[in-house]
Write a protein that binds this ligand. Sequence first.
Ligand SMILES: Nc1ncnc2c1ncn2[C@@H]1O[C@H](COP(=O)(O)OP(=O)(O)OP(=O)(O)O)[C@@H](O)[C@H]1O
Ligand SMILES: [Mg+2]
Length: 204
Amino acid sequence: MEQNNDGNLSQVRHVVLVLSGKGGVGKSTITTELALALRHADKKVGILDIDLCGPSIPRMLNVGRTEVHQCDSGWVPVYTDAQKSLALMSIGFLLEDPDEAVVWRGPKKTALIGQFVSDVAWGELDVLLVDTPPGTSDEHMAVLENLKKHRVDGAILVTTPQAVSTGDVRREITFCKKTGVRILGIVENMSGFVCPHCSVSDPT
Ligand SMILES: Nc1ncnc2c1ncn2[C@@H]1O[C@H](COP(=O)(O)OP(=O)(O)OP(=O)(O)O)[C@@H](O)[C@H]1O
Ligand SMILES: [Mg+2]
C-alpha cells in the first residue's frame, strides 16, 4: 500500500499529548475522560498508550486481554465499540503477562515507540491522544521524534494542586518549550481533595 510521509497518521487530524512531571496525578484518567467526551461529541478518537511500565488505559476502558492483529497497513487498533469510534493501542496488549515488569533499556523502548507511532493502522481519526509515563524521558523523546513528520497540535499538562506536583509541572513546561510543543492547557486534577483524616487540603 502506498503511503505518504505521514504513513498511518495521514488521516489523523489532530495529535495531542497528555503529560505530567509527577506520576499518579491523573494523566491516564484525563486521557480516558477526554476520549469519552470527544466521542460523545461525535468525534472519532484514538488513544496511544506509551506508558511501558504502567499501561492503564485498557483497564480504564474495560478492555480485557486482547490479541493485537496485523493487517496490510500495520497493527489493527483495538476498538472499544461496534461503531469503531474509539480506537486504542497499548503496550499492555503486547505483554504476555500483564503483571510482568518491563525492564528495557532506552534503545528498546525507543524502537517500540517508533513502531507504535508509525505502524498502527489508525485510519481516519479526528483526534489521537497520547498517554505518557510521568516525566520527560526516553518515551517522550521517542514519541516526539517519531511524530516530527506529522504535526503535533500540542500537549495538555496534568498536575494536582500540591507543591510537589506543580513544581514538576514547571519542568514539563520547560520541556515543551525546548521541544517546540505548544501547551494547550494545564489541568489541575483532584483539586477538591480534602484529607478525610485531618481535613488538610495541601499537606505539602
Ligand atoms: N479526579 C479524580 N478523583 C478521584 N480519583 C482520581 C481522579 N483522577 C485520578 N484519580 C485516581 O488516581 C489514580 C491515579 O490516576 P491515573 O492512573 O490516571 O494517574 P497517572 O498520572 O496516569 O499515573 P501514572 O503516572 O502512574 O501513569 C487512579 O486510581 C485514578 O482512578
Ligand atoms: Mg498513567
